[in-house]
Design a protein around this ligand. Structure first.
Ligand SMILES: C[S@@+](CC[C@H](N)C(=O)[O-])C[C@H]1O[C@@H](n2cnc3c(N)ncnc32)[C@H](O)[C@@H]1O
Length: 219
C-alpha cells in the first residue's frame, strides 16, 4: 500500500499543478484528510485550495499545522460528504462558473458504486467546462485485503469498491474524457517498483489505475 501511495502522491501533485497551469485557479481536495498539498506545492499566485472533510478532521489538522504557512489561499470546508456539501463549498467562496481542479484521492474505493456515482454527479454539476479531476481506481483484490487486515479490522472493511468497470466508461457517463494509466506503468516512469498489490507477477494482485478526467471546454 505504501508503494501505491507514493506513486499516486507524485502523480496527483503533477496533475494538479498541470491543471492550475492550464487555467484552473481553484482546487478542491475532496475528503482531504491530512493532505498537505496546500502547504507543500509551488502554487502560482491566486490559487485557492479548498479542503473538504469532516470538521473534527480539519480541526485536528489545523492544530498540527498551526505554525505552517500555506503556499496558496487555503480554505477549510468542514462538512459531511453525505450531506449538502456543494452548498458548504459555495458558501466558502467556491465559484461554480470557473474551471476547477478536483482531487479524489483515497475516497472512491470507500464508497459503493451508487454512492460513488452520486459523488461524481455532484462534482459534475459544480464543474465549469475546462475542469479537471484527478482520481485513482483501485478495485479490491486478495493482496489488498491481506494488507488491510494486517493494519486493522476497521481497515479490512473499508473497501466498498467505488464505481465498477473501466474508469473511461464511468467518467464518460458523466460527460468527462479520461486518461487512465496503470499504476505499474506510472511507478516505472518514476523509477519505482510495481506496488506489490498491483504487480501481476505476485499472487493475489489485481489491476489499479491513476488517471485524469477532463470536462471539455465549449467552443
Ligand atoms: C483515506 S482518507 C484520504 C485522505 C486524503 N485524501 C489522502 O489520500 O491522504 C479518507 C478521508 O475521508 C474523510 N471522510 C470520511 N467520511 C467522510 C464524510 N462523510 N464526509 C467528509 N469526509 C469524510 C475522512 O475524514 C478522511 O480524511
Amino acid at each position: 500500500m505504501g508503494e501505491q501511495v507514493a506513486v499516486r502522491t507524485r502523480y496527483f501533485d503533477e496533475e494538479l499543478l498541470r491543471a492550475v497551469a492550464e487555467g484552473c485557479e481553484q482546487v478542491v481536495l475532496l475528503a482531504s484528510g491530512m493532505d498537505a498539498r496546500a502547504y507543500r506545492l509551488d502554487w502560482p499566485g491566486r490559487t485557492r485550495v479548498f479542503e473538504v472533510d469532516l470538521a473534527e478532521v480539519l480541526a485536528f489538522k489545523a492544530a498540527v499545522l498551526r505554525n505552517a504557512e500555506p503556499a496558496c489561499e487555503r480554505v477549510e470546508v468542514p462538512t459531511d460528504l453525505r450531506l449538502d456539501w456543494p452548498r458548504a463549498l459555495r458558501e466558502a467562496g467556491f465559484a461554480p462558473g470557473a474551471p476547477t481542479a478536483w482531487l479524489l484521492e483515497g475516497i472512491l474505493y470507500a464508497l459503493t458504486p451508487e454512492a460513488a456515482h452520486g459523488l461524481l454527479d455532484r462534482v459534475t454539476s459544480l464543474s465549469a467546462p475546462g475542469s479537471v479531476a484527478a482520481f485513482e481506481h483501485l478495485p479490491d483484490n486478495p493482496a489488498l485485503r491481506t494488507a488491510r487486515t494486517a493494519i486493522s479490522a476497521d481497515m479490512a472493511n473499508l473497501w466498498l469498491g467505488g464505481p465498477e468497470g473501466e474508469p473511461d466508461r464511468w467518467w464518460g457517463r458523466h460527460g468527462w474524457a479520461t486518461q487512465a494509466r496503470d499504476v505499474r506503468e506510472v511507478a516505472a516512469a518514476y523509477g519505482r517498483p510495481a506496488p506489490a498489490a498491483f504487480d501481476p507477477a505476485r499472487a493475489g494482485s489485481g489491476p489499479g489505475w491513476v488517471g485524469t478526467a477532463r470536462l471539455p471546454r465549449t467552443e
